[in-house]
Design a protein around this ligand. Structure first.
Ligand SMILES: *[C@@H]1O[C@H](CO)[C@@H](O)[C@H](O)[C@H]1NC(C)=O
Ligand SMILES: *[C@@H]1O[C@H](CO)[C@@H](O)[C@H](O)[C@H]1NC(C)=O
Ligand SMILES: *[C@@H]1O[C@H](CO)[C@@H](O)[C@H](O)[C@H]1NC(C)=O
Ligand SMILES: *[C@@H]1O[C@H](CO)[C@@H](O)[C@H](O)[C@H]1NC(C)=O
Ligand SMILES: *[C@@H]1O[C@H](CO)[C@@H](O)[C@H](O)[C@H]1NC(C)=O
Ligand SMILES: *[C@@H]1O[C@H](CO)[C@@H](O)[C@H](O)[C@H]1NC(C)=O
Ligand SMILES: *[C@@H]1O[C@H](CO)[C@@H](O)[C@H](O)[C@H]1NC(C)=O
Ligand SMILES: *[C@@H]1O[C@H](CO)[C@@H](O)[C@H](O)[C@H]1NC(C)=O
Ligand SMILES: *[C@@H]1O[C@H](CO)[C@@H](O)[C@H](O)[C@H]1NC(C)=O
Ligand SMILES: *[C@@H]1O[C@H](CO)[C@@H](O)[C@H](O)[C@H]1NC(C)=O
Ligand SMILES: *[C@@H]1O[C@H](CO)[C@@H](O)[C@H](O)[C@H]1NC(C)=O
Ligand SMILES: *[C@@H]1O[C@H](CO)[C@@H](O)[C@H](O)[C@H]1NC(C)=O
Length: 639
């Protein structure tokens, strides 16, 4: 039963996107809650309201078709996702929702989904970030791109430049599939800046026989700050799959680092014996001839194929990033792999021995693929680079769509890159990295609103009257006051924001409409463990983010270390259909991909909520509205 009077069955059927679509006209259900809320907001427009709201009276129109209910797998028809037939991991999802009627999207809804300050191409399909680097005043981002369509295929290197990592100019393609060694795709790769100023770009090519080989390319003209023209090394490929490696499980070379012997090393992910994820190490003096070193950098049984391996040093004490070749006292190494089997980016911190070229995790129980994730949400194929200009290590990651391929074709584009994040070692926990949006994003800040010590009682929702809430940079701190005794309760995020317990959940409702018919809770859930220790989960609940049934809606999250001298802290970047959430200074990150139908344009709002039963929450927030970034084609005639 759907009691929502604004059900969209009367929306016009889809027609192609207009150049300048007008905002959707959304009719609001006029129930008691909405009426009270609207009039109170009108009267007290600058005051945050506290509405004590029992759980029963909160609007919950979606109850009978709760998307959190697992769909019966048997009823799925599972067409082969794109990429698999070509010998690479599934890159898009034709439709896992064949049991669902396709949602009647409008042009205005599709237009709203496009981000305003995240990097995405003008149109078509994008996946992994490639070869990020800084050269002569410009940041360069290359990316896996299909020039022909909004689904994966014909993979080409798109290219864009920026002076600040936020505003981007699209350039001509850097590389297209035009040789036998990459005719099935110019796949993922990484850049190495040599001390003499040369740039070596190593990338995976899928050959005319669908063998995964590693190729070398370099800029035609290093004096060109835009690095427009790229030359493929005439004797490509430079590395072919070694004996014992499946020819279609050998891809994504890393940035090279220099060992104590003065020669370079790179690592490439693969798998042994079907299920052991491994990273092979190659040595080279000139980037054209490579020797496979004995053994592996690291291997983890049961983790399957490792894609997009990333390997880099972090300073134990430092507040700056390190060049990829740094090693020695005070330095640890991060090893990251994208797990083809689970589509998650996992990392671990450990110690690299530059003489034996072996890496050992600090904590074997939290090894690569079985411990921490780079991001607990919709995120994959991430890659860092060292920005020699500002001494930062900067992380890019690909945000996958979770709607249907048909929807992507209709809207004409698919995928977004995250806001670049600065990476540092967390010297307080000693067990994780910290990820934080690059400070350049602050140049987008417009007006800000502060809310101080708002008390949110158990079961309450508090609107934060900041107007349209589609482009935001939110800092929120929460303190809890225990008002009733707590005992051991079940752990985790999976129950979502509707799963009430003594100490949580509490946090924000982002991209929510006035009546909370669509909402995306980003929250903390502290849990009193059997040992009497409070353990905190940081979660994002997409299950009520959209009325559309043909999109994936998951609850994401993980534990996050919170010290007794710390408040619960989150920073949340809202950019239309993308929400990036950072807990405790970036110890844990969750990227959400949401497709609201009602909470869009002027109807997107922001709320505080506390669904704990045993605590009052005191929230202090600073919220900036963010401007849109300038992301356009480079105008050559003005250069
Ligand atoms: C979509 O719109 C069409 C035409 O207006 C209508 O027949 C159909 O029932 C709608 N489907 C859904 C799921 O609302
Ligand atoms: C790849 O390119 C060819 C030629 O332009 C085109 O016919 C084909 O549809 C493209 N494939 C995809 C999946 O975009
Ligand atoms: C692939 O290209 C190589 C190099 O040109 C050639 O030797 C080989 O015969 C080609 N294979 C196929 C199936 O065309
Ligand atoms: C290389 O780039 C520089 C700077 O853009 C330009 O002045 C020069 O003409 C280019 N050289 C060639 C051979 O294209
Ligand atoms: C790989 O295997 C082939 C055939 O089995 C053999 O000729 C070749 O010498 C091997 N190469 C190495 C490096 O072991
Ligand atoms: C490969 O995996 C199988 C099954 O998991 C196992 O029995 C076998 O010992 C493994 N072989 C090697 C060389 O690790
Ligand atoms: C690269 O180095 C290898 C071994 O060090 C050497 O055999 C090869 O000739 C060099 N290649 C070039 C193009 O200089
Ligand atoms: C911890 O790291 C921060 C930078 O992130 C630095 O300012 C601080 O000095 C470090 N503390 C210690 C004890 O190393
Ligand atoms: C880290 O910083 C502390 C205090 O500044 C210093 O005592 C210690 O030696 C440093 N450790 C390393 C590994 O550099
Ligand atoms: C892309 O999203 C779909 C869900 O829509 C998921 O099944 C698939 O694994 C994702 N692919 C990657 C590479 O993350
Ligand atoms: C709080 O939990 C109740 C009971 O599960 C649920 O009905 C309500 O929607 C939740 N509130 C929020 C903001 O999720
Ligand atoms: C957790 O539970 C223990 C009893 O198991 C209790 O003593 C303690 O006060 C509780 N902690 C909190 C923060 O409620």
């Amino acid at each position: 039963m759907d009691t929502n009077p604004s059900h969209t069955s009367s929306d016009p059927p889809y027609t192609p996107l207009l150049d300048n679509p007008s905002p959707a006209r959304i009719r609001r259900p006029f129930n008691g809650f909405a009426a009270i809320l609207a009039s109170l907001i009108f009267l007290l427009s600058l005051v945050a309201l506290i509405i004590n709201q029992s759980q029963e009276s909160l609007p919950e129109q979606n109850q009978n078709r709760s998307p959190s209910t697992p769909r019966p797998t048997e009823s799925f028809s599972k067409p082969e996702p794109r990429g698999v037939a070509q010998g690479v991991s599934p890159k898009s999802n034709p439709s896992f929702f064949s049991d669902k009627v396709s949602y009647n999207w409008t042009n205005a809804m599709f237009s709203w989904q496009r981000t305003a300050y995240h990097f995405q191409p003008e149109k078509n399909w994008m996946n992994d970030p490639d070869g990020p680097l800084f050269h002569k005043g410009w940041y360069h981002l290359f990316y896996q791109y299909n020039p022909d369509s909004a689904v994966w295929g014909n993979i080409t290197w798109g290219h864009a430049v920026s002076t600040d990592l936020i505003h981007w100019l699209y350039l001509p393609f850097a590389m297209v599939p035009d040789h036998w060694y990459d005719i099935n795709g110019v796949w993922t790769g990484s850049a190495t800046l040599l001390p003499d100023g040369q740039i070596m770009m190593l990338y995976t090519g899928s050959t005319n026989e669908s063998v995964q080989v590693q190729n070398l390319a370099y800029p035609a003209n290093l004096s060109d700050p835009l690095l427009i023209d790229w030359v493929k090394y005439p004797n490509n490929p430079v590395i072919t799959p070694p004996n014992g490696t499946e020819t279609d499980e050998f891809r994504d070379p890393t940035t090279a680092w220099m060992g104590p012997d003065g020669t370079w090393r790179i690592t490439i992910g693969s798998r042994h014996n079907k299920s052991i994820g491994i990273s092979l190490v190659y040595q080279t003096s000139n980037f054209t001839t490579y020797e496979l070193l004995e053994g592996v950098l690291h291997a983890v049984p049961g983790t399957g194929m490792w894609e997009c391996v990333d390997f880099y040093p972090v300073a134990i004490n430092g507040s700056t990033g390190l060049d990829t070749s740094a090693y020695g006292a005070g330095i640890k190494h991060v090893l990251k792999a994208s797990l083809d089997d689970t589509k998650r980016d996992h990392y671990a911190i450990g110690v690299y021995d530059p003489v034996t070229d072996k890496w050992t995790p600090d904590n074997p129980k939290e090894d690569v693929g079985i411990g921490l994730q780079v991001d607990y949400g919709r995120y994959y194929a991430s890659k860092t680079f060292y920005d020699q200009n500002t001494q930062r290590r900067i992380l890019w990651g690909w945000i996958n769509e979770t709607d249907t391929e048909t929807d992507d074709l209709d809207k004409g584009w698919a995928s977004v890159q995250t806001i670049p994040r600065k990476v540092l070692y967390d010297n307080k926990t000693g067990t994780n990295i910290l990820q934080w949006p690059v400070e350049e994003i602050e140049s987008l800040r417009l007006r800000s609103t502060d809310f101080t010590e708002i008390v949110v009682g158990p079961g309450s929702v508090v609107p934060l009257d900041i107007g349209q809430a589609t482009q935001l940079d939110i800092f929120a701190e929460f303190e809890v006051e225990i008002i009733s005794e707590t005992k051991h309760e079940k752990y985790g995020c999976s129950g979502g924001a509707v799963d009430r317990s003594a100490l949580g959940p509490f946090g924000l409702l982002v991209v929510a409409d006035q009546t909370l018919s669509e909402l995306t809770p980003i929250f903390f859930r502290p849990v009193n463990t059997t040992e009497g220790i409070v353990e905190t989960y940081f979660c994002a609940d997409e299950t009520r983010s959209s009325k559309a049934s043909d999109v994936y809606k998951q609850v994401y999250g993980s534990t996050v270390p919170v010290f007794t001298d710390e408040k619960f802290q989150m920073r949340v970047l809202v950019d239309h259909s993308i929400v990036e959430s950072f807990a405790q200074g970036g110890r844990r990150v969750i990227t959400s991909r949401i497709y609201p139908t009602k909470a869009i344009y002027g109807d997107a709002r922001l709320f505080l909520f506390n669904n704990a039963t045993g605590v009052n929450v005191k929230a202090t927030l600073k919220i900036w509205e963010l401007n849109s970034a300038f992301i356009h084609p480079f105008l050559f005639d003005q250069n």
